[in-house]
Design a protein around this ligand. Structure first.
Ligand SMILES: [Zn+2]
Ligand SMILES: [Zn+2]
Length: 326
């Protein structure tokens, strides 16, 4: 069994539930579409729903970043955004629910959207569980103290039921975590932020958010270049549209085309775009996805015509709840 990746939260910056007005608009649009197609019977509902692009139903999701990588014997969580809350409920069905769980959480950095779910991660309150927390930056214990501190939160870090174990990861050096080898690499983001390359049985998963990816050619990537090579699945920061990314220089985030260029250059097989802008509606994200598709197809055509040797890439904008094998 290889690695299995599940997206528990793909929104950037702030949890962003779809509001009541937007939901009413969506229901109205869907009902209109149902009858416009010529359907009229209850029995046709499932067929209709299956025919829709998924973003028109559930959207891309509002929880902030949290991914889960599992193999047969090892589980690693990346980041503790609000997506870690439903993941916590899921874990309660296993040893974590009985106080016999071992959880491993890697933190890319400590911006709120990557830690704000921790006070609602139920396994952390259950005595007997051990929560291993990993980061490159040394501030991890202080960050936890700040999150679990009055008057911001009623339970103090020292009162948490689970045992917390802190680990510092050395940059650009592999660390073995059960069946998975983890190597951090530097991203282009304030405070700073680290990508994670996970390897298992010859397969490579790479977590590349948050990043503006200012360094994208081989020379600028320098010691981080090997981290972008031989990758089977990369998640990449696509907070902005192509227009916004030009306006928001130094904001620490990228657009999908930047990740695609990198993937086509280095032969990354598959890319999932995450960290969607909280102010963007599902329609706006879908539009960005469509524009990226046009861009990608142009690049492929040019590369074929002019023999540029760019690699073709399988890619998509990730939605909350999706999962795939690496
Ligand atoms: Zn973020
Ligand atoms: Zn950030």
């Amino acid at each position: 069994m290889g690695m299995h990746v599940k997206f528990w939260g793909v929104r950037g910056s702030l949890p962003s539930p779809t509001g009541p007005e937007a939901l009413v608009t969506r229901f109205r649009d869907l009902l209109h579409a149902f009858f416009d197609i010529g359907y009229s019977r209850k029995a046709e509902i499932e067929k209709f729903l299956e025919s829709l692009p998924p973003h028109r139903l559930g959207g891309y999701g509002g929880n902030t970043l949290c991914l889960e990588v599992t193999t047969g014997a090892q589980q690693i969580i990346i980041d503790g955004g609000s997506g870690i809350r439903p993941l916590g409920y899921d874990l309660l069905k296993g040893p974590c629910g009985k106080g016999k769980g071992e959880v491993h959480i890697l933190f890319t950095h400590f911006h709120w959207d990557h830690v704000l779910g921790l006070p609602f991660f139920t396994p952390i309150f259950i005595p007997g569980n051990t929560i291993h927390l990993y980061a490159v930056e040394p501030d991890l214990p202080d960050v936890l103290k700040t999150i679990f501190r009055k008057p911001n939160f009623p339970v103090q870090m020292e009162q948490l039921g689970a045992k917390l174990v802190y680990h510092r990861l050395p940059p650009r050096q592999p660390t073995r975590l059960g069946e998975i080898t983890v190597t951090p690499y530097q991203l282009d983001h304030p405070d700073p932020c680290w990508g994670y390359r996970l390897e298992h049985q010859g397969k490579v998963f790479s977590h590349c958010a948050d990043t503006e990816c200012k360094r994208s050619n081989r020379e600028d990537l320098g010691p981080d270049l090997p981290m972008y090579q031989g990758v089977d699945l990369m998640v990449f920061d696509a907070q902005y549209s192509i227009v916004e990314v030009v306006e928001k220089v130094d904001w620490g985030h990228a657009a999908a085309l930047i990740g695609l260029d990198l993937a086509m250059q280095e032969g990354i097989k598959k890319v999932a775009f995450i960290h969607h802008e909280p102010a963007s509606s599902d329609d706006k994200i879908a539009q960005a996805e469509a524009r990226t598709r046009e861009y990608y197809e142009r690049q492929v055509k040019t590369s074929r015509e002019e023999n540029l040797g760019l690699h073709e890439v399988d890619w998509f904008f990730a939605r909350e709840g999706m999962s795939l094998d690496v």
